[in-house]
Design a protein around this ligand. Structure first.
Ligand SMILES: *[C@@H]1O[C@H](CO)[C@@H](O)[C@H](O)[C@H]1NC(C)=O
Ligand SMILES: *[C@@H]1O[C@H](CO)[C@@H](O)[C@H](O)[C@H]1NC(C)=O
Length: 249
């Protein structure tokens, strides 16, 4: 009786393990052999080829993630350094039109460094601003439009491998995202309660001082977007085993 019971448990165990193993890589994702010389190039091609899937969040019948890069909602951002700026409902359009330019990956202790470029991004938000800027005492709330040309972004992942039901998976533990360069233009609508001439002059001065805005706002945006990207990456990496993404040969 004891033996039968144990056999039964073993069978259940084997069935559940093989079902786990059957949850395999979405067909849109191209695996890259991790001990090959072309490993980094393969990963660049694989990521660039995933643009349609990353744009919609849908990678296959069994893998759909909640976020997509077509419209990336960053949320609320608050900055209180050289100026006092509250952004609410900040979102970016166009992050799905990315290109991975450079990438270095070390598979064993999982580390990935990449440089990603975009031709153009737009972002929109509600804002509330108080800024003492030279002769202007800027104050207002309304709509903020941000236009970004040729941004280049450094994206780093540090990950680790872990076992679940005897199957090895990859998890990203740390993400670093830095905007290395970008031509940014902003327009704060409704500064000076809609006095258009003043509003336009003030926006010109603001854009002459865009480096101050970049310096104060970018670090917060970088952190927020880094977190979102890490969450997306982890939803993808938990969908299949490490060996399916990065087979040994
Ligand atoms: C991706 O985002 C866009 C813009 O918000 C939205 O229209 C689309 O439905 C989203 N795709 C999915 C699969 O959620
Ligand atoms: C963002 O800010 C708006 C306006 O201040 C507020 O109504 C909303 O609840 C905030 N959302 C989050 C997620 O904090």
């Amino acid at each position: 009786m004891k033996n039968i019971k144990r056999n039964f448990l073993q069978i259940i165990l084997i069935i559940s393990i093989s079902q786990q193993a059957a949850a395999s890589l979405a067909s849109s994702i191209k695996p890259c052999v991790r001990n090959s010389e072309k490993y980094s190039d393969c990963v660049i091609d694989a990521i660039n080829a995933l643009k349609p899937q990353i744009s919609t969040g849908v990678f296959g019948p069994n893998l759909a993630i909640e976020t997509n890069l077509t419209k990336l909602v960053v949320g609320n951002v608050s900055v209180n350094q050289n100026f006092n700026l509250q952004l609410s409902g900040l979102y970016a359009l166009g992050l799905n039109n990315f290109k991975v330019n450079k990438l270095r990956i070390s598979p064993e202790k999982f580390k990935l460094d990449s440089i990603i470029s975009f031709e153009h991004l737009d972002a929109f938000s509600r804002y509330s601003l108080v800024w003492n800027l030279g002769i202007f005492n800027l104050q207002g709330d309304g709509d903020l439009t941000i236009s970004i040309d040729n941004p280049k972004v450094l994206l780093k992942f540090i990950g680790s491998r872990y076992f679940k039901n005897d199957i090895e998976y990859l998890k990203i533990d740390k993400t670093q995202l830095n905007i290395k360069s970008a031509q940014v233009k902003v327009y704060f609508d409704n500064l000076f309660n809609g006095q258009k001439a003043l509003e336009e002059a003030a926006n010109e001065v603001v854009n002459q001082n865009i480096d101050i805005i970049k310096g104060d706002v970018f670090p917060i945006i970088e952190q927020n977007i880094g977190k979102i990207i890490q969450k997306m990456a982890n939803q993808v990496f938990e969908s299949a085993s490490y060996d399916e993404f990065f087979p040994l040969n």
